[in-house]
Design a protein around this ligand. Structure first.
Ligand code: AMP
Ligand code: ZN
Length: 144
């Protein structure tokens, strides 16, 4: 189980109010704030987090994840309208290797426009024949 707040976690400090971010939404279990370093030029890059401290999606119970994703769903149309975005990325990083900088699980909501220069698509590779089938089978097995 996670802990309620972790001393050295900046997102926990947002939850307690020790540091005051730009809050866009909160309820009993979720806090959503604007990212201080937004990706791209559109306003509205938002971070949605459970109020309780869990490091990654693996540590976070389904209940908290469901509440976070429900908040994401609520926020997406509002962010789209406000930013004028043509599309939205919802991204969630786990572990340093995946680009996680803050070890308090969170979802990014990133407003996108055609040709906005945000590249999540770089360094893609073409899998060898059968790789996808084999990987899908292995994942299915792991879920059993
Ligand atoms: P991640 O790389 O998925 O861990 O994302 C962490 C995000 O937190 C980054 O996009 C940072 O820009 C954002 N961030 C870090 N410090 C602050 C802060 N004080 N206020 C708002 N966003 C922050
Ligand atoms: Zn935390």
């Amino acid at each position: 189980m996670g802990i309620i707040q972790k001393n050295d976690c900046i997102f926990c400090k947002f939850v307690t109010g020790e540091i005051k971010p730009a809050v866009v939404f909160k309820n009993e279990s979720v806090l959503a704030i604007l990212d201080i370093n937004p990706a791209g030029a559109l306003c509205g890059h938002t971070l949605v987090m459970p109020k309780k401290h869990f490091e990654t999606i693996e540590d976070c119970p389904e209940k908290e994840l469901k509440e976070a994703i429900a908040a994401v769903k609520k926020l997406v149309p509002a962010i789209k309208m406000v930013s004028g975005a043509e599309g939205i990325n919802v991204i969630q990083n786990n572990g340093q290797a995946a680009g996680q900088l803050v070890n308090h699980v969170h979802f990014h909501i990133i407003p996108r426009a055609r040709g906005d220069g945000i590249h999540f698509n770089e360094n893609r590779r073409k899998p060898r024949p059968m790789e996808l089938t084999e990987a899908a089978e292995a994942i299915k097995k792991a879920l059993e």
